[in-house]
Design a protein around this ligand. Structure first.
Ligand code: PMP
Length: 400
């Protein structure tokens, strides 16, 4: 009965790793997926995560019972505090509902399902370009996806006027997906001044902001600084949704740990919204897993562990920034034609190189370097040892 099933395509991002794994070359390099690697090219488990796990193992009172549908209560409270700030009026007034979800993706999906059921506008505007999974997550949740202008290939920066024009002509109440910081794939973020203009326009048009925060701490190295755009939107008293992921900033990729927060106008509304989120979650996966949430909660609630985390996080962010400088210098040393300053200007895990799909294919075939066909490279996958190989490949691709 399944013989008619046609083979589906590989995921454009995860498929890069599938191809990489098949390549026997000893010099192969995977810059596709956005996962942090050490200077030695190895995945990193943060020391603070190991410590928190040890605490959990040693605590004999811990059991493996089901969590509530909404997840671990401590984790939810601490996650909201991490983004909105310790003194956030919205938290103090109990206007925020936070539910533990399956990492960033699951948080986006639960938020989108809620909006499709309970919000009067079904249209969501996502940036052009954006993370490849966004359109699928929102479409399958029942929203109708449109794009707004975001990236300007000519300047390799923000198309701010295009963004304002597209928000300005969006129907009142439309949902707008905003990357909280370290925009994926472009590495281009609005300035604080631009964020303020965006906020004013969003609020004056009654648009519904849905923030996707997958990289808090990775843009500037500071958790608070990276939370600033979201905090500006909370400070004005308006509503918003927020999807948080701990995949990158705690290196908890496979634990699938994240949170969805909905900031409401009153505590009463927030509690009714939460009751509906439970009805979204229960038939999907009943309740979320306990381990990742316990790790995050242990780190966020202990001052020493929290401080240790911020130091390790900053070290990851700094290593990525140093890779940006090394790659930029290596291209300059080779006299590679073009302006490559965007490599050091862009923010977060990725550089949007400007290489076209043909150049990318050439680099994969001749140099065994793997990346998404839009020319996005994960700076976190580079090391001092591999930068020269990448620079050689880029040089060859643009001069052939
Ligand atoms: N949003 C963005 C912008 C991302 O880059 C990612 C991860 N690549 C996610 C959400 C979701 O990641 P996860 O589900 O692993 O937390």
């Amino acid at each position: 009965v399944f013989s008619h099933v046609v083979r589906g395509p590989e995921d454009p991002i995860l498929g890069v790793t599938v191809a990489y794994n098949k390549d026997p070359s000893p010099v192969k390099l995977n810059l596709g997926v956005g996962a942090y690697r050490t200077e030695e090219g190895k995945p990193l488990v943060l020391n603070v995560v190991r410590k928190a796990e040890q605490l959990l193992v040693n605590d004999r009172s811990r059991v493996k019972e089901y969590l509530p549908i909404t997840g671990l209560a401590d984790f939810n409270k601490l996650s909201a505090k991490l983004m909105f700030g310790a003194n956030s009026p919205a938290i103090q007034e109990n206007r925020v509902t936070t539910v533990q979800c399956l990492s960033g993706t699951g948080s986006l999906r639960v938020g989108a399902e809620f909006l499709a059921k309970h919000y009067h506008q079904r249209t969501i505007y996502i940036p052009q370009p954006t993370w490849g999974n966004h359109p699928k997550v929102f479409t399958l949740a029942g929203l109708s996806v449109k794009t707004y202008r975001y990236y300007d290939p000519a300047t390799r920066g923000l198309n701010f006027q295009g963004l304002l024009d597209d928000f300005g002509s969006a129907p009142s109440g439309a949902i707008v997906l905003l990357h909280a910081c370290a925009h994926n794939p472009t590495g281009v973020d609005p300035t604080v001044k631009q964020w303020e203009q965006i906020r004013q326009l969003v609020r004056s048009k009654g648009l519904m902001p849905f923030f996707d925060s997958a990289y808090q701490g990775f843009a500037s190295g500071s958790l608070d600084a990276d939370a600033q755009p979201v905090r500006m939107f909370v400070a004005d008293g308006g509503e918003l949704l927020l999807a948080q992921s701990y995949a990158k900033n705690m290196g908890l990729y496979g634990e699938r740990i994240g949170a969805l927060s909905i900031v409401c106008k009153t505590a009463d509304v927030a509690s009714r919204v939460e009751s509906q989120l439970k009805l979204v979650i229960r038939p999907m996966y009943s309740n979320p897993p306990i381990h990742g949430a316990s790790i995050v909660a242990a780190i966020l609630k202990d001052r020493d562990l929290y401080n240790e985390w911020t130091i390790e996080l900053k070290a990851m962010a700094d290593r990525i920034i140093s890779m940006r400088h090394k790659l930029f210098e290596a291209l300059r040393a080779r006299g590679t034609p073009g302006d490559w300053s965007h490599i050091i200007k862009q923010i977060g895990m990725f550089t949007f190189t400007g290489l076209n799909p043909k150049q990318v294919a050439f680099m994969t075939k001749e140099y065994h370097i793997y990346m998404t066909s839009d020319g996005r490279i994960s700076m976190a996958g580079l090391s001092s040892k591999t930068v020269p190989h990448l620079a050689d490949a880029i040089h060859a691709a643009v001069t052939r």
